[in-house]
Design a protein around this ligand. Structure first.
Ligand code: HEM
Length: 467
């Protein structure tokens, strides 16, 4: 599809087709009911570029062709900012202006500062934290498996990935806080979904006396307590002269502006820690939960995975160097994130009018890109709903455009934690497959819950069988 940049011919290009919805409510109700199903049905009806009326006179866009993704995330990314945005703006009370929600020079400074914590050498060191935590988890499953009992896999994965992100980036053990983080974050997630799909969400969020706003802020306060505890704990240990941890928290606390010598404000530090704690565990946890669910539904894929894990590891705990040989494990994860991308949608604001894929985009419009939609695009994926890790052989990957697959986004705002996440998920999946077969409990409902990330609405009940 041709991509044309904005120019003097702006007036001759048309807007993309799309639904106008109810005369007053626009399409708000469809979104509230079923955001993924609604977007999919529109793609079938209108194609890769859609302009829809969200509410009253607020129009919004959805683009799903790989060329559109490339243009918006990479080629003309300067025109597509995160802020101001009515949707992302709603996340500010929770994560402030941390890396995910920040923009412009302030974002660039913070990104450069955080980047060293994600270098390959660091991730190699983190891999020991990852396997040690995973080993404790698989050990703790032993008594359950003996009785062929079941676990909530989603909870287990959340707890494990939170522990790993806490130990790796902040050198703290968050296992005792896991339940509070899990409950408060899930509640805040659901409240965020309600605000963001409400026509007056932004106003409601700014009315602190409303019960629903008070409930949301109570959950934010719970998470704040944990984040402030991490920061205060580090301050005390630094004041007491204990050796530097040289982790991400130290990097952030030591950072000084080259010109003014100023350090990061307490607020900015809090925002970054909150952002990384949340972005760094829930996504990977969902990726693993969906992968293990898909494996339980596709026994032949699971057997192939077990063969690889047994051959590469011969029963020992994996180390970082094994990752490059766990190819099929990696392919299973990639295919799982194709079908269930944890970050199923990304939004941007068009700072000036533009032309995308031959269609006009209004200045100030909200533009949504969706890995969930692009990963099912029939031009790039045969039988898109089928689970088939063979799609990710090196040869078949090379045949597809880069932006046909984007679980970690792309361009300058691409996920900073992608290598961290893939290392972690590969090691954990291999360690689970090495010891157990997990079967989805028959009758337990499986439903997608698209909140900030794509979660299983009712958790994931799994029976454990020792191999
Ligand atoms: C399977 C796991 C993960 C997935 C699918 C994922 C997905 C994404 C996506 C799609 C974005 C881009 C959002 C956008 O462009 O609007 C993003 C950004 C980000 N992710 Fe991840 N992520 C994962 C794991 C992680 C981990 C482990 C960390 C940290 C430890 C992390 C930290 C971040 C941060 C800080 C950003 C914002 C980057 C920036 O804008 O500079 N993510 N992630």
């Amino acid at each position: 599809m041709a991509t044309v940049s904005v120019g003097t011919d702006e007036h001759v290009v048309s807007s993309p087709p799309g639904p106008r919805g109810h005369w007053l409510w626009g399409t708000v109700r469809e979104f509230r009911r079923d955001i993924l199903g609604t977007m999919q049905s529109w793609v079938q009806e209108y194609g890769d570029a859609i302009r829809f009326r969200f509410f009253l006179h607020y129009y919004s866009y959805i683009f799903s062709h790989p060329e559109h993704n490339k243009y918006i995330l990479q080629d003309n990314n300067h025109n597509y900012t995160k802020l101001p945005s009515p949707t992302l703006g709603l996340l500010v009370p929770l994560v402030g202006y941390g890396l995910v929600t920040n923009d412009g020079d302030s974002w660039l400074r913070q990104r450069r500062l955080a980047q060293p914590a994600f270098h390959r050498r660091r991730i190699e060191r983190f891999s020991e934290i990852m396997t040690a935590a995973a080993e404790l988890m698989v050990e703790s499953w032993h008594p359950v498996a003996k009785e062929v009992g079941s676990i909530d896999l989603s909870e287990e994965m959340m707890r494990l990935t939170l522990e790993i992100v806490g130990k790796s980036l902040f050198s703290v053990d968050l296992t005792r806080e896991a339940e509070t983080v899990g409950t408060a974050f899930l509640a805040a997630n659901r409240q965020f979904r309600d605000f963001s799909s409400h026509p007056f969400g932004t106003w409601l969020m700014n009315m602190p006396w409303l019960p629903r706003t008070r409930r949301f802020m109570r959950n934010v306060a719970l998470l704040d307590r944990i984040v402030n505890g991490i920061i205060d704990g580090r301050r005390s240990s630094r004041d007491a002269g204990s050796g530097a941890s040289e982790d991400l928290l130290d990097l952030l606390m030591d950072a000084q502006d080259a010109e003014t010598g100023e350090r990061m404000s307490d607020r900015q530090l809090r925002d970054e820690v909150m952002t990384l704690m949340l972005a760094g565990h829930e996504t990977t946890s969902n990726a693993l939960t969906w992968a293990l669910y898909l494996l339980s539904e596709h026994p032949h894929v699971r057997e192939e995975l077990e063969r690889e894990v047994d051959e590469v590891l011969s029963g020992r705990i994996p180390v970082f160097e094994d990752i490059s040989r766990l190819n099929y494990t990696n392919m299973v994860l990639e295919e799982s994130m194709r079908l269930y991308p944890p970050a199923y949608a990304m939004t941007r604001t068009a700072t000036s009018a533009d032309v995308v894929g031959g269609f006009h985009v209004d200045k100030g419009a909200i533009v949504t890109l969706s890995p969930y939609l692009t990963h099912r695009h029939p031009e790039f994926w045969d039988a898109p709903e089928a689970f088939d890790p063979q799609r990710f052989t090196p040869q078949r990957k090379a045949e597809r455009p880069r932006y046909a697959y984007m679980p970690f986004g792309g361009g300058p705002r691409m996920c900073i934690g992608n290598n961290f996440a893939m290392t972690e998920a590969t090691l954990i999946l291999a360690m689970i497959a090495q010891r157990y077969r997990l079967d989805h409990v028959e009758g337990h409902p499986v439903d997608l819950e698209p909140l900030i990330t794509l979660r299983p609405r009712y958790g994931m009940a799994m029976t454990l069988h020792e191999r």
